[in-house]
Every structure is written in structure tokens, then in C-alpha cells.
Design a protein around this ligand. Structure first.
Ligand code: HSE
Length: 436
């Protein structure tokens, strides 16, 4: 049967992996897709590298726009990343009637609504399995596998760099700065690690998952985003003593008034499976009404894991490109005219439990003052540790775990505790989720 022709934009790690896996598993992939999938043109600024990776049989150019306009090409794979030229290329490919497969979470989280609307109008598919959690097929699980369910919430470890850093901090008792330097030396973290450590990469992926889980448009500016750069080794240790691990979670939850959408360091019970996801691995826990909890675990980055997701999309497009667009799986899981306008809740309205650590003078009445402030705001204490002051020191740490309350109530209480004369400095607040 006539092959389907693919044009590849960007030949970095994932592009290389896509070549390797497509060629190694050619026979199996063709049996699945019904016809061969063939990369016929590659664009990259680094022509030498592109020639090396693509081999002699594939045309190579440094002009990506030549690929999206090439009449021979059926599917454009965008692996450039970022919101800049990648957006122009994807929109141009769609305008030219080409299907698109992309691993670009930033592009979809920020411009997804525009891109999906253009694709819808043109009757082409945009595959983005590789954009979230690398090789884990979480998009297809949410969109197709769980299609019977009302999804209630999901929580994901969706950034490998930060999970690696947190695992190392816990295992070795090291500070964030020390582990970050080591992660950069080993090549786990980028030279500029901001996107990863400040939670932005996780927030992009969370927005995409929330859109598919609840059938809402991408709302890139509405998520609460807090990274791990201020996390202290002491909190990881105290959390452990209380039976918890700290993970950078992306959490989205459907509530009556709207949808929670937040990325932040989170205490989770050490006995949960997801709490034991270590190193650079990813995992997503989904709670849905019919199936209950399901957990998806695997490699969230890397050449072949991400290529696995890219090629799954290539197979899907190959199978369905001759189908009536009405009969394809909608980009955001729900029919485009049936998306919900449920709002994203402001952080003040979010409900969660809290870990609060404060440095206090060791004198009578301090603990009573703190617990009274919590009681006056109807915030119930779940557990508490007061450390014995070190020899000759008149100060100590108090750690309190609260029951679930509104973030606005927690803010008020933290302000009042910080105003007490016996409380020294700021209260450290880390959110806590039981994930039951
Ligand atoms: N930088 C991401 C991570 C991988 O550390 O998980 C690509 O999304």
C-alpha cells in the first residue's frame, strides 16, 4: 500500500528516537497502521546533524517552511518546541491541509484553542500524546480509555527533573541548590532550569490534561504555579517523620463552583504508590467515578519513550486520515461544540490540607496562641510535632498538619501566626493531599 509521508521539523533527541524506533519496528508499525509510515523530509538548522540522523534516503533542508508546504507530505511532526516559529509552522501546516503531530506542551497550553479551532475547520488531526508525560499514553487513556467516566480529579508527577531533584534531596539529605548543581552536571537539568524547577513545564502539561479530563478550553493563565526552588531539606525530613513525601504535583479537581488547577510542592502519604515514584520517572493518578483510581507510570522524557508517543500519533493519523472528520476522536475528548465554560477557581477558593512549619521562641503559651488562631478560623489540627530545643537554644520548630480548609482561611491564619511576637520569621506552608 502507498506509504504515508511524514515531514519532521527539528532533529534533536526525540527526532533521532523517532527515526530509530520507526526503522527498528517498521514491520510491526506497518501491520498496525495498515500502510508504511515513511519520513521523507527533515528540517533542521543543523544540516550536518540532520543528514547524519536521517541517513542518505531522506531529503534534508534548513527551511522548515519548505516542509510544511511540501505537497508530498501528509503529516508534519513538530519537534522544535517553544511558542515562536513552532506556532507559525503548525498553523501553516494546518492551513496547507496537513495533519500535525507535536510534542510541544508549551505551544498547546498557550495557543491550543487557536490551533485546534484551525485544525477543526480544515478537517485535519493534531496529535499530541508526546506533549504530556513523554512515553506514558495518558492522553489516549483520558480521552478514549476513560470515556465512560466522569473524571473527578487527577494528580501527576509530570516533570522528571524536579522529581529527580526531590528524590535526591530526600535520599541524601542535601539542599536544593546542591542537588540542582549535581543534576546540571549529570545533564538531568538544563543550564537554565527555570521552566522545570518553577513548575512551568508541569503547568503546561496539567492544563492539557485538565482540558481533556473535563472538556474545557485550555486556560493557560489561570493555573496556580509554585515550583520547588524554595523547598528546604528540613521540610522533606519533617514530612518523612510524619509519614509523608514531598512531590511536585500538578493537580486538577472538579468542584461544584469550578475547576481547581494548580502545580505546587505537595505532601502525600508515603504509603501511596505515587509517593514512591522516584528519580526522573513520571506518574499520573486519575480518579474517575466508574473505574475508580487508575495510575499511569513511566518515562516522561528521553529519545525513545517520547518517540513511542510520537509514533502512536502517527499510527492514529494514518489509520484515520481517510475517515470522515466527524468520526474521529475530538482533540479535547469532548465534541468541540460541547466544551464546558466552567471557570477555573482562584487559588483562594481551593480546598486542601496544609503542612505549616514555624520557628518559635520556647516559652509558655506560644503553642496555645498558635492553636487558638487555628481554632478561631475553624481549622482543625490533624498532627503536630514540636522539636525539643537544641542545648542552650531558646528556639524550636513547631510543625502542624491541618485538616482540609480553604486557601483563603489558611492565608488569614498564617498572617496572624506570623504576627505573634514569639514566632520568628515566616511560616513555611506546603499543601498536603491525601489522594484517597
Ligand atoms: N523537562 C521535562 C522534564 C521533560 O523534566 O520532565 C520534557 O517535558
Amino acid at each position: 500500500m502507498k506509504p504515508i509521508n511524514v515531514g519532521l521539523l527539528g532533529i534533536g533527541t526525540v527526532g533521532g528516537g523517532t527515526f530509530t524506533v520507526l526503522s527498528r519496528n517498521e514491520a510491526e508499525i506497518t501491520r498496525r497502521a495498515g500502510r508504511p509510515i515513511r519520513i521523507v523530509q527533515v528540517a533542521d538548522k543543523n544540516l550536518e546533524l540532520a543528514k547524519q540522523v536521517a541517513g542518505g534516503k531522506v531529503a534534508v533542508t534548513d527551511d522548515a517552511f519548505a516542509v510544511v508546504s511540501n505537497p508530498e507530505i501528509d503529516i508534519v511532526v513538530e519537534l522544535i518546541g517553544g511558542y515562536g516559529v513552532a506556532k507559525d509552522l503548525v498553523l501553516k501546516a494546518i492551513e496547507n491541509g496537513k495533519h500535525v503531530v507535536t510534542a510541544n506542551k508549551a505551544l498547546l497550553a498557550v495557543h491550543g484553542n487557536e490551533i485546534f479551532a484551525a485544525a477543526q475547520q480544515k478537517g485535519v488531526m493534531v496529535g499530541f500524546e508526546a506533549a504530556v508525560a513523554g512515553g506514558i499514553p495518558i492522553i489516549k487513556a483520558l480521552r478514549e480509555g476513560l470515556a465512560a467516566n466522569r473524571i473527578q480529579w487527577l494528580a501527576g508527577i509530570i516533570n522528571g527533573t524536579t522529581n529527580f531533584i526531590l528524590s535526591e534531596m530526600r535520599d541524601k539529605g542535601l539542599s536544593f541548590d546542591a542537588v540542582l548543581k549535581e543534576a546540571q552536571r549529570l545533564g538531568y537539568a538544563e543550564a537554565d532550569p527555570t521552566f522545570d524547577i518553577e513548575g512551568i513545564d508541569a503547568a503546561h502539561k496539567l492544563r492539557i490534561m485538565a482540558a481533556i479530563a473535563f472538556g474545557i478550553p485550555m486556560q493557560f493563565d489561570k493555573a496556580y504555579v509554585e515550583g520547588i526552588s524554595k523547598l528546604e531539606a528540613a521540610d522533606i525530613k519533617y514530612a518523612e517523620q510524619l509519614g509523608y513525601r514531598i512531590k511536585l504535583l500538578g493537580i486538577t479537581r472538579r468542584k461544584e463552583a469550578g475547576v481547581e488547577l494548580r502545580v505546587h510542592p505537595t505532601l502525600i502519604p508515603a504509603k501511596r504508590l505515587i509517593a514512591n515514584v522516584e528519580g526522573a520517572m513520571n506518574a499520573v493518578l486519575v480518579q474517575a467515578d466508574a473505574v475508580g483510581a487508575t495510575l499511569y507510570y513511566g518515562k516522561g522524557a528521553g529519545a525513545e519513550p517520547t518517540a513511542s508517543a510520537v509514533i502512536a500519533d502517527l499510527v492514529e493519523v494514518t489509520r484515520l486520515h481517510t475517515a470522515d472528520p466527524q468520526n474521529r476522536v475530538p482533540h479535547l475528548a469532548f465534541q468541540p461544540d460541547r466544551l464546558s465554560d466552567v471557570p477555573v477557581l482562584p487559588m483562594a477558593e481551593v480546598e486542601t490540607a496544609y503542612y505549616l512549619r514555624m520557628r518559635v521562641q520556647d516559652k509558655p503559651g506560644v503553642l496555645a496562641d498558635i492553636t487558638r488562631i487555628l481554632a478561631d478560623s475553624q481549622i482543625s489540627i490533624d498532627a503536630m510535632i514540636q522539636k525539643e530545643p537544641a542545648e542552650g537554644e531558646g528556639e524550636t520548630d513547631i510543625i502542624i498538619l491541618t485538616h482540609v480548609c480553604k486557601e483563603s482561611a489558611a492565608n488569614t491564619v498564617i498572617g496572624k501566626i506570623e504576627a505573634l511576637a514569639a514566632v520568628l520569621g515566616k511560616v513555611t506552608r506546603i499543601r498536603l493531599e491525601e489522594l484517597q
